[in-house]
Design a protein around this ligand. Sequence first.
Ligand code: NAI
Length: 346
Amino acid sequence: MIHKVTLIPGDGIGPEVVNATVRVLEATGPKFEWDSQLAGADAYAKTKQYIPKELYESVERTRVALKGPVTTPIAGGFASINVTLRKKFELFANFRPIKNLPGIKTNYPGVDLVIVRENTEGEYSGIEHEVVPGVVESLKIITEKASTRIARFAFGYARREKRKKVHAVHKANIMKLSDGLFLRCCRDTAEIYPEIPYFEHIVDNTCMQLVTNPYQYDVMVMENLYGDIISDLCAGFVGGLGLVPGANLGHECAIFEAVHGSAPDIAGKGLANPTAVMQSAVLMLRHIGETDAANRMHAAIEHVYRDGQKTTRDVGGKVGTSEFADAVIGAMETSKEPVAASRSSC
Ligand code: NAI
């Protein structure tokens, strides 16, 4: 079987980390047919569209995409490509597992938590306008439908993977109606999953709780903005943004991408760590049913980190993007041990 996958290399470090990941994926065994598509400023330069219709058509056809980061202009310019794609394809669940890799020394060994971020509304609805000069209104949209959908995703995942508990993260003490509705949907859903202990933490307290004791968390469900911020915070537990994968999941299709952005400070230098996109690709392999390939790729990544000789600079190593990919491919080729099935949080 040949898996047809839309490839969105993105910009900045995107093409570097995505190309490295494609090389590794092709060494895992399954066959792929890549449909490469431009997005963002590069797409506009060629097609006068930030998201060309061919990209939409490709995802509609393949229903699965591997995506690199796309730069979003700050305080003006075009709307975020990422947010637009998530809304367009109703990729309502942003799934971000945070787990230490062997060999990476951090202040927080043994973290294993999952952030489930609502991906289609909240402050990222993009509904903003200037009321009068000097006054801007930005609407935060919270709906019962989307809040219940994400809560069910979080609890369903927790049940399936035998996770220990679910925390809802909110600011319903201040945003009584919007976060209040989100919380009510989480509470109602928790009743359907009585075996899973359910807790609620206010988002500012959550930040303090996380940096003092991240081990108290397991599955964390939250609306869009909190999920965006908490994901980057949690990336710090396991060694940084170069390591943390993500999946944007909907009922019809899925787009797999790292938590990190286009990293303009290191773009084009061959220095970026491709692990986060590689780990996202591991999630993609599981999603398309290639469990053995996913286990093999994940084990090879872990092997390279355990060995510690071929890691990138962001985690204290010396090699570049491409050499890291070579090391992962090498680990897959030389590994003779059977690969143990691992938990689906990577
Ligand atoms: P960023 O994640 O691109 O970079 C933050 C820091 O982490 C930088 O120092 C960077 O060098 C480092 N870093 C990130 N990924 C790395 C990797 N793979 N290897 C080694 N170091 C890495 O965040 P920033 O600078 O805030 O955003 C840059 C652009 O990316 C913005 O335009 C933003 O909107 C966009 N962005 C896009 C996302 C996406 O396409 N999904 C997600 C987040 C941001």
